[in-house]
Structures are given as C-alpha cells and as structure tokens.
Ligand binder design. Structure first.
Ligand SMILES: Nc1ncnc2c1ncn2[C@@H]1O[C@H](COP(=O)(O)OP(=O)(O)OP(=O)(O)O)[C@@H](O)[C@H]1O
Ligand SMILES: [Mg+2]
Length: 150
C-alpha cells in the first residue's frame, strides 16, 4: 500500500495495534530513515493512550539495542539490530526465548533466525514524494491474512 503522510502512517499503526496480542512479532524492514522507529512510536503511543497509561518517550534503540515498554496487557520489546554484525551476538541476546507475555518489534532483523509463529513483516520503502512511503505486508500465523484496507 502507499502511505501518503505521517498521519496516514498513524492509521496503519493503529490498525496493527488493534490486532496485536502477546507473543506477536513485527519485523520492520527497510532503509535508514524510512520510518521504522516512527511506526513503532506511533504504535506504542496509540496503545498507551488506548489503555490510559502515561505516554512515554519512544526513542530509537540503535545504541541500546533494546527499549522496553510495560503495557497492561503485555510488554513491548523494541529492538534495533542495525549495529549487529554477527548472528552469534543476536543469539547471545536470547531475543526469542520463552517470553510468552511479550510483543517483539524488531528493526533490521535480517540476522535473526526465527521460528516465530505469529509474525508480521513490514517492508517499507521510499517514494518520490518526501512524505510518502510504500508499505508491504507479509504475515505468518494469525497475521497471514492481514489486509491493508484503510
Ligand atoms: N509517511 C511517513 N512515514 C514514516 N516516516 C515519515 C513519513 N513521512 C516523513 N517521515 C519522516 O521520516 C523519518 C523516519 O525516521 P525513522 O527514525 O522513523 O526511520 P528508521 O527507519 O527507524 O531509521 P533507522 O534505520 O535509522 O533506524 C522521520 O523523520 C519521519 O518524520
Ligand atoms: Mg529506527
């Protein structure tokens, strides 16, 4: 789908937020600055508003690798593996071990081997127009038929 603006991206993250449940995983795939963190911020803020929690800062985890957000229903683990060069480093992080009460959101997931059941891969790319983006979805498990009708 074509996302026409930042506001439009918010609608996309809300739709995904409404469908999100514990042990889901979202992979965000696309070039530097395309909007992976922006999408994640929208999503977390939307969920925080929805459950009437405090709205926290959502910053890029490029340097920390991980930022965690404690929601009422589950915890969101926001990873960014941009700086990681070796699979071994990710394995050591133990990202995918039995964490039933967590939602994983991962930027730059390409080194991550995974057998996650309910996963939504979002492919983001630039368009000629500055504020437009192309988004493609590839879903697995419960996300298999996720449609972008909005
Ligand atoms: N429709 C849009 N969707 C997403 N971002 C947009 C859009 N239009 C403009 N932007 C801008 O593009 C930038 C996206 O930056 P962001 O940090 O989210 O990218 P990123 O993919 O996380 O980059 P990195 O790979 O460095 O982590 C922001 O400044 C955002 O305001
Ligand atoms: Mg980012």
């Amino acid at each position: 789908m074509i996302v026409k603006s930042l506001d439009h991206l918010e609608l996309v993250s809300q739709k995904i937020g409404d469908n999100l449940s514990k042990s889901d995983c979202i992979f965000l795939i696309g070039e530097i600055g395309v909007g992976k963190t922006t999408f994640t911020r929208n999503l977390i803020h939307y969920l925080q508003k929805k459950e009437k929690s405090n709205i926290t800062e959502v910053l890029s985890p490029t340097f920390n690798l991980l930022h965690e957000y404690e929601l009422k229903k589950y915890k969101i683990m926001h990873y960014d593996f941009y700086r990681i060069r070796k699979k071994k480093e990710i394995n050591q992080l133990d990202v995918l071990s039995e964490k039933k009460n967590e939602v994983l959101i991962i930027e730059w997931p390409k080194l991550l081997k995974n057998k996650i059941k309910n996963k939504l891969e979002i492919y983001l790319s630039y368009r000629k127009n500055d504020n437009e983006r192309m988004l493609k979805f590839k879903g697995f498990g419960k996300w298999k038929n996720f449609k972008n009708e909005f």
